[in-house]
Design a binder for this molecule. Structure first.
Ligand SMILES: [Zn+2]
Length: 205
């Protein structure tokens, strides 16, 4: 808290209400020295008299502690800034996740191909061959499952018919026909099927 700012604000409000330091002090049953200390930023009003002080000065405690009158528009502005900031952070996080998805997908395929290739061409016992192929499939299935989970939750899918942006269920992403990240799914809003693109950001709905 900015004591100097609060002090100046108290002085300003006191004068607006046509009070001297002495008159304000009397109303609060304190010394005018205490009022002077607040106004020069050397101390803050005690919490026990803060409400009474705000009442006399026609401000609320929030104004007092901020050292200025906080208007409703100000609140909204600050909230909006915060929301924009949060949305930006989510978009950045989603972009990173989608990059990670590509990496996981590529690694899964390399592991699977590596397993199949080595089991097919390297000399080894048949049961080892089978184990290596099964392990390759298992690892790549886990990887692909994880990649699909990322694709489901990062960003949104956009309905080509009504432009509705939404997060689909895991199963609808898993079983949908797809070309890259564009998937043929049913829109939960308009109920039509279309090729839906993966988009970052919720848009202006
Ligand atoms: Zn739709």
């Amino acid at each position: 808290m900015d004591q100097i700012k609060i002090g100046r604000f108290i002085a300003e409000c006191r004068k607006k209400n046509g009070l001297t330091q002495m008159q304000l002090a009397e109303q609060l049953n304190i010394t005018d020295r205490a009022v002077s200390k607040w106004e020069t930023g050397r101390s803050l009003p005690d919490s026990s008299i803060m409400l009474e002080l705000c009442h006399i000065l026609n401000i609320n405690v929030n104004d007092l502690l901020n050292g200025e009158v906080i208007t409703v528009e100000h609140y909204n502005e600050k909230n909006e800034q915060l929301l924009v900031e949060l949305a930006k952070q989510k978009e950045e996080a989603d972009k990173r996740l989608l990059a990670l998805e590509v990496l996981i997908g590529v690694l899964s395929i390399i592991i699977l191909l590596g397993a199949v290739f080595s089991a097919s061409f390297l000399p080894m016992r048949d049961w080892v061959r089978i184990c290596i192929i099964l392990a390759g499939f298992a690892v790549s299935l886990v990887g692909i499952g994880y990649a699909i989970r990322i694709e489901q939750t990062a960003g949104y899918y956009e309905c080509a018919k009504c432009r509705h942006r939404y997060v689909p269920t895991y199963n609808s992403v898993l079983w949908a026909m797809h070309m890259g990240r564009t998937r043929y799914m049913r829109c939960p809003k308009c109920g039509q099927k279309s090729w839906q693109k993966k988009v970052i950001g919720k848009g202006n709905e």
